[in-house]
Write a protein that binds this ligand. Structure first.
Ligand code: NDP
Length: 328
């Protein structure tokens, strides 16, 4: 079977030769192990951080080993008492078609009402990220205005929909007219600003006439700065990501004074450090997806060989919705 390993560490932008496709033998299964065939691999911005060996909240991805990544798949053979052939599972098998596991890094999932791939999106880590930032940090009340960047993406799309369900005014920021149209027309946000159109500040002012009470920040830099300039007193900021700086770019902020003058609470967070809340969050998100109240969109690349380009595209905003790789 095929797997993708990290061949070298990127200096700035990721390039295809940072990856290497390998063919490996299926190992014989030992007692207590399961063999899983992965159907979808999730591509996520955090992988860029793991490709570097700079100090971070998580250890770097080792060279010449299977790239880290979330996966959903099906058990093909089991010598583990808790799993049987045919079970659908979500786990962290990485960029690989097949994986042997002792079962501790995965869990069974029910695909009766929720599509398999959704467990990597709105009912998986990205959805949980949105849920955590929205419920635990933004704490937005009915009638308040919230703003979320990368609004058409896996995380941002969920933030705005949770805000609408709560009775908030939801403003998105996204790159390009197509993404903005989708955010308003399909996802039901009140407004979405195309930051590439060149009128970010004025457009944001028009979209949030009463100011912004809570920000969910995914991008950093100019986009964050514009939202910061529109904050109200006692605004809350869930600092989730700063993708505009993941290749080492400067992401300057000018409106830092707002943090003081508006008595703002800003909190960064890493969703995997709050596992105790995942069952509750995923339960709520699962119900919303199963009942059609939470919509999502996917960009699907074909085959493991397509993963590097799709990942590079994700870091340039070429994805439209949750970026996945279809492996089967
Ligand atoms: P998305 O599906 O949102 O894809 C990334 C998007 O970022 C792109 O499509 C692009 O959309 C947008 N973007 C904005 N500015 C830039 C820029 N300068 N360069 C490249 N892309 C840009 O990804 P996710 O939903 O998976 O992740 C969103 C954010 O959440 C990321 O910052 C990620 O790191 C963070 N995150 C944080 C977690 C945590 O625990 N703290 C967990 C999971 C995700 P557009 O075309 O609209 O610009």
């Amino acid at each position: 079977f095929k797997r993708m390993v990290l061949a070298s560490r990127p200096q700035a932008e990721v390039t295809p030769d940072n990856f290497r496709l390998e063919t490996v033998e299926v190992p014989a299964l030992q007692d207590g192990q399961v063999l899983v065939r992965n159907h979808y691999l999730s591509l996520d911005p955090y992988m860029r951080g793991r490709m570097s060996d700079a100090k971070s909240y998580a250890a770097p991805q080792p060279l010449d080993e299977t790239m880290i990544g979330g996966t959903v798949g099906q058990v093909v053979e089991s010598k583990h008492p808790k799993y049987a052939a045919g079970d659908f599972v979500v786990g962290m098998a990485g960029w690989t078609e097949l994986a042997v596991s002792d079962g501790s890094d995965m869990r069974k999932i029910d695909t009766t009402h929720i599509p398999l791939s959704a467990y990597l999106g709105p009912v998986g880590m990205p959805g949980m990220t949105a849920w955590y930032g929205f419920t635990q940090i933004m704490q937005a009340k009915e009638g308040e205005t919230i703003c979320v960047s990368a609004a058409s993406g896996a995380v941002g799309s969920v933030v705005g929909q949770l805000a609408k369900l709560k009775g908030c005014r939801a403003i998105g920021i996204a790159g390009g007219k197509d993404k903005c149209d989708y955010v308003v027309e399909e996802l039901g946000f009140d407004a979405c600003i195309d930051y590439k159109a060149g009128n970010l500040r004025a457009d944001l002012k028009a979209a949030a006439p009463k100011g912004i009470d809570a920000i969910f920040e995914n991008v950093g830099g100019e986009v964050f700065d514009a939202a910061l300039a529109r904050t109200n007193a006692f605004a809350r900021i869930a600092l989730c990501g700063m993708i505009a700086g993941y290749n080492g770019e400067d992401i300057p902020l000018r409106n830092v004074r707002q943090l003081l003058t508006n008595r703002i609470t800003l909190r960064g967070f890493i969703v995997s450090e709050h596992m105790e809340l995942w069952p509750q969050g995923l339960q709520e998100l699962g119900t919303l997806v199963a009942t059609g109240k939470l919509k999502y969109r996917e960009s699907i690349a074909e085959g493991l060989e397509g993963a590097p380009d799709a990942f590079i595209g994700l870091l340039k905003g070429r994805n439209f919705g949750k970026q996945l790789v279809k492996l089967i």
